[in-house]
Ligand binder design. Sequence first.
Ligand code: PEP
Ligand code: MG
Length: 287
Amino acid sequence: RRSQALDTLREAESVSLDGQRVSLFSNVELPEEVAFSTKQNAEGVGLYRTEFLFMNRDELPDEEEQYQVYSEVLKSSEKPVTIRTLDLGADKQVDGGRAKENQGTNPALGLRAIRMCLHDLGLFKPHLRAIYRASAHGKARLMVPMLSTVEELDQLFTLIEEVKQELAMQGLPFDQNIPVGGMIEVPAAAITADIFAHKLDFLSIGTNDLIQYTLAIDRIDDEVNYLYDPLHPSILRLVKMVVEAGRNANVPVSMCGEMAGNPEFTRVLLALGLREFSMDPSSLLEV
Ligand code: PEP
Ligand code: MG
């Protein structure tokens, strides 16, 4: 009965009682999930976690396989799809965690996400090429996880230019103007969101990691999860700072961490000025 009642909201506009428009996007991990996102009438995919293609298998996917999968995702959606570059490392290991000995003592603070990608161009370059090639088949947006300094962005932009030149020389079609956004999930990036906003087309707040790094709680350690509090004043302040930095720079800010999909937090996030939410599509109608 509850889900029938929610179903009636599917075609409804996302507008608050005082007339503020809100955009609801979905988070997906597998290409098959895009159909459900469309069914829920999401405005697009706000977070496509590409690392799932790399996990639980022995051989890493090559450029061609990635190109096929990302193309399939983009073809299956008429709306924008935000492809997040690989967020491997820490809790997301390619080999089911078998290489633990190489992880350092504190993997969440180590070589993960954009750090790992910039460190291993043999992994990253084919990934970027696959995304750019796939962009010929739909409305792609590119999003970078775990940024902590703008120098990482400068390196990324150089690589993107290289990839575009290579593809152009090979005569392969791609979208010249893919919007490039960054995830704000490290406190350093949240505090300097104004600086990031000047270099990016959009920002997306990743509260799962932002809470982990701000409150110094390992997100996968059950013994400390009682401290995992999205309403901690530090988190609310950081969210407010990022939203304001985006507004001042005229750069859209969304939130794609779990906090965005929990109706308990919707009001406070609206009050802090957030107008774009991305979540598991099963939470969308309720939010
Ligand atoms: C986040 O950190 O909030 C996020 C959306 O990324 P992930 O959960 O994949 O780390
Ligand atoms: Mg994250």
